[in-house]
Design a protein around this ligand. Structure first.
Ligand code: MGD
Ligand code: MGD
Ligand code: MO
Length: 782
């Protein structure tokens, strides 16, 4: 056990958002930071204890447990607003996890932040508070407008707030001077109204959090299979005999996957984890709802092979697997599924040649893995009849994210691992409804067929030009081309890259509007005029004129189901998201023939319209009320490929550029166990053995020694962007951690200051949040 004192000074670039002097975004207690290895199984009692602490802290000891029993319940109950992992289909009633509970409790907190609070604190003063402290004030209770004279947020009526938005939007020279951001929790119904409002107003500027998340997956799967989603469902997870888990920290970010992995291990499946770090999900777990195992501390393994790939080296590993399978096929024709390749795919020969032409030396160098390890993975793959490959941000937030996901499909196609049970690609999506947002129209590059139907059914004339995504919006705000920013949930200023530049962009706006449940940094980094519009959370009852309403969401595996709030709203002045959108729309488009008010009276009416516009939503109102909802049809799953060739497409992309050779490290920014994106619950990261510290950088021990960095000492980090510009973080604590040389890791959102807004993938426009080129040296001020 080691410990060190930290006193990180505020970063000059952080100053742009006025972060607290404590450095990190968490609570920053004066407890001493510490680090030790974590040897316990994931989930289990550590998780149970942590849940108890959260319930007490959020004053939700009574409501909390009651709500948890209602979560993810077939027939009623609300959908967990945590991750997008699907609900168990076997009638399991307690399909919950520690982090889902934390998340729900965070929304259900007994704390409130009302007008009296804002009367006491100026915005400049609040800007000095930590992000933790801001959200810790509790739920927002009434609409607020920024008053420049007093530098305070003051109450405003809903009508006046909508009128202000309408005035500002109508005053723009072009609808494209507005951008409408979505964070991935928005329900399907609200999503549909939101995109309708933007398009009726006249813009496709619909940036969303998925631009930073799975944009690469969507583009790759669309190009390869003609559908932007994974084809596997939970049943496939339950029947696969080899599972590859790539670039995801499942124990923290998709904890319900642990159950699937433990079950897979018990049935003798092979489980390969590919990650520069050995995350907790790659060891063992105690499945939380298996009470006997909990009582007996009986853990189940969740891995049969761990490959510590070099950052960004996954594509080379996958190509190595393909190369080995192709080599094997020379002596064993069954190594390939020739019939599948011939009947259903296109581009195989070019891919075969490319694999053959790629040398093992290059694959080893790029992946950071010895050939023997690549061959082990290949052997598991070729011995398995049913293989499923899952992935998350470790693969997508790189320059070659799209190529890597396509390489996953290439590997699957070789052995016909598509369109049958236990097989297929399975991206682990992020926010609980991020997939539904895309399905229901949040897309800055909408398909013409979608727009045609929208035009037809809703009698509007939607713009046809592509709109702006997240990185384009940041640039446009800075150049004065976007003047109104509306954030439908989320915390744009902290989630986006280049905190200083994004702040400047938001400050440049005429009007910023945030529809939120809690106070966050984005409210403080505002435009000339600014509104905070508080909304109902997913756990709360939504009463409208025609009774109690429910909304729907789509999980990672294309299941759409209803979510019904059960709790009294945090304040009588909250509006639902559909009501807020309708209010903004009516004020902006007074002549609109869209029945905004009628939609809000009864969400069934929104669903009836959605059923006519969206593929796969026929008979929506009936099917969404089935006990487990319904699965949106996946053509690729039925081996119907909506690609130009009508077949699944192999890709033949070159491997990315070689890893940096000099003293540059590839830094990835990730989540701790105790955070939900920009919401930080504590400064601990239990599974990585870290306590009371977020301003850290995890490094390989040899890389530390080569730079004269002592364990747990303070370092300065300099990131060099492609355009040569440099960004700094000072006085971070360097911690030795098992990972390949040349890699480093730290936490988002603190490290977003290091990601240049201009450093995004040309393939997907995703910011390179897992691939920041940095130099690290002992702190100059130490
Ligand atoms: N509790 C909780 N749950 C969440 C979230 C949360 O913040 N908290 N966020 C939600 C959201 S929006 C999302 S998108 C998901 C994110 O889920 P994750 O993708 O798990 O998110 P990160 O914390 O960024 O972790 C990235 C993982 O990829 C690994 N990695 C980094 N670089 C590479 C690489 O080059 N190759 C490989 N193979 N691995 C690499 C890292 O070591 C880490 O394990 O989780 C969702 N669920
Ligand atoms: N460096 C780095 N940056 C990253 C990432 C990374 O891995 N590294 N990951 C990226 C990814 S994958 C994502 S998805 C983004 C996340 O980006 P966002 O989705 O923008 O951020 P969140 O932190 O999830 O948003 C939290 C806020 O949402 C509001 N909120 C919570 N519940 C509700 C609700 O029900 N309704 C409404 N209207 N508001 C609500 C609360 O006010 C809360 O403060 O961050 C991205 N940024
Ligand atoms: Mo995400």
């Amino acid at each position: 056990m080691t410990a060190s004192d930290v006193d990180p000074t505020p970063n000059p670039q952080d100053g742009a958002v006025g972060r607290s002097a404590t450095g990190g975004d968490g609570p920053a207690s004066d407890k001493r930071p510490s680090h030790r290895s974590y040897h316990h199984p994931a989930a289990g009692w550590g998780a149970a204890k942590s849940v108890g602490r959260v319930l007490i802290k959020e004053r939700a000891l009574f409501e909390g447990p009651r709500a948890i029993l209602k979560m993810n319940h077939e027939n009623g109950g609300f959908d967990c607003p945590g991750c997008a992992w699907p609900d168990d289909t076997k009638g399991l009633k307690l399909d919950i996890c520690e982090n889902g509970i934390k998340h729900v409790t965070w929304e259900m907190t007994g704390k409130r932040v009302g007008a009296d609070f804002f009367a006491r604190h100026t915005v400049s003063e609040l800007s000095e508070w930590s992000d933790f402290a801001l959200e810790d004030q509790g739920r927002l209770t009434e609409p607020l407008v920024y008053d420049e004279a007093s530098d305070r947020y003051v109450p405003i009526t809903w009508q006046d707030a909508f009128a202000l938005i309408g005035r500002e939007l109508r005053a723009l020279n072009s609808p494209d001077e507005a951008a409408f951001y979505t964070s991935g929790r928005l329900s399907n119904e609200a999503t549909f109204l939101y995109q309708l409002m933007a398009r009726e107003f006249g813009t496709n500027n619909l940036p969303d959090c998925s631009n930073m998340c799975h944009e690469a997956s969507g583009r790759a799967l669309t190009a390869a299979l003609g559908t932007g989603k994974g084809t596997a469902d939970l049943k496939d997870w339950e029947t696969a005999d080899a599972l590859f888990v790539m670039g995801v920290n499942a124990a923290s970010n998709a904890p319900r996957m642990l159950t699937a992995l433990a079950e897979a291990y018990r049935r003798g499946a092979q489980i390969v984890h590919v990650n520069p770090l050995v995350e907790a999900a790659a060891t063992s777990t105690i499945v939380p709802h298996e009470f006997t195992d909990m009582a007996l501390f009986k853990a189940t393994r969740t891995s049969t092979l761990n490959l510590q790939v070099r950052a960004g080296g996954d594509m080379a590993l996958l190509r190595g697997i393909a190369k080995a399978v192709l080599e094997e096929s020379r002596s064993d024709p069954k190594a390939l599924d020739k019939e599948f390749i011939e009947r259903h795919t296109h581009g195989f020969e070019a891919y075969r040649e490319l694999c053959e032409a790629t040398s093992w030396e290059e694959l080893e160098e790029q992946s950071g893995l010895p050939r023997a390890d690549i061959l082990k993975a290949a052997e598991i793959y070729s011995r398995s009849d049913r293989t499923l490959i899952s992935w998350c941000l470790g693969l997508t937030q790189h320059e070659h994210g799209v190529d890597t996901v396509r390489e996953i499909v290439n590997v699957l196609l070789l052995r016909g691992n598509l369109g049958r049970e236990g097989a297929g690609p399975s991206p682990v999506r992020g926010h609980s409804n991020v997939q539904g947002n895309r399905t229901c129209g949040i897309d800055h590059r909408p398909r013409p067929e979608f727009l045609d139907r929208l035009a037809d059914v809703c009698r509007i004339d939607p713009p046809r030009e592509h709109g702006m995504d997240t990185v384009d919006t940041i640039e446009a705000m800075n150049q004065g081309r976007v003047k109104v920013f509306v954030g439908m949930g989320g915390n744009f200023v902290l989630a986006a890259p280049d905190t200083a530049y994004t702040s400047q962009g938001l400050r440049n706006c005429e009007l910023t509007v945030h529809v939120s449940t809690k106070l966050n940094r984005s409210h403080l980094v505002h435009g000339r005029k600014a509104l905070i519009l508080p909304c109902l959370g997913r756990t709360e009852k939504d009463h409208q004129r025609r009774g109690l309403q429910s909304v729907s969401v789509e999980d990672s595996m294309s299941m759409v189901h209803l979510s019904v709030g059960m709790k009294k709203p945090a304040s009588p002045h909250l509006l639902s998201e559909p009501a807020i959108i309708a209010g903004m729309a009516r004020a902006t488009l007074p002549e609109s023939s869209t029945p905004w008010e009628s939609y809000v009276e009864d969400y069934d009416r929104i669903r009836d319209t959605m059923a006519k516009v969206l593929d796969g939503f026929e008979d929506f109102n009936r099917r969404v009320r089935l006990p487990l909802g319904f699965r949106i049809k996946q053509p690729a799953r039925e081996l119907v490929f909506l690609t130009p060739s009508g077949r699944a497409e192999f890709s033949a992309a070159p491997l990315p550029e070689a890893p940096p050779r000099d003293d540059v490290l590839v830094l990835q920014t990730m989540r701790s166990h105790d955070q939900w994106n920009t919401t930080i619950y504590s400064d601990n990261d239990r599974y990585r053995g870290i306590s009371n510290l977020r301003t850290l950088i995890l490094m390989n021990g040899d890389d530390m020694r080569a730079r004269g960095i002592k364990p747990d000492s303070l370092v300065d980090i300099t990131a060099t962007a492609r355009d040569g510009s440099q960004r700094h973080l000072k006085r971070y604590t360097a911690i030795e951690y098992s990972m390949p040389r040349g890699c480093a890791a730290g936490y988002m959102p603190e490290m977003n200051v290091l990601v240049a807004a201009s450093d995004y993938s040309k393939q997907s426009n995703q910011p390179l949040m897992k691939n920041i080129k940095v130099r690290v040296a002992p702190s100059a001020e130490d």
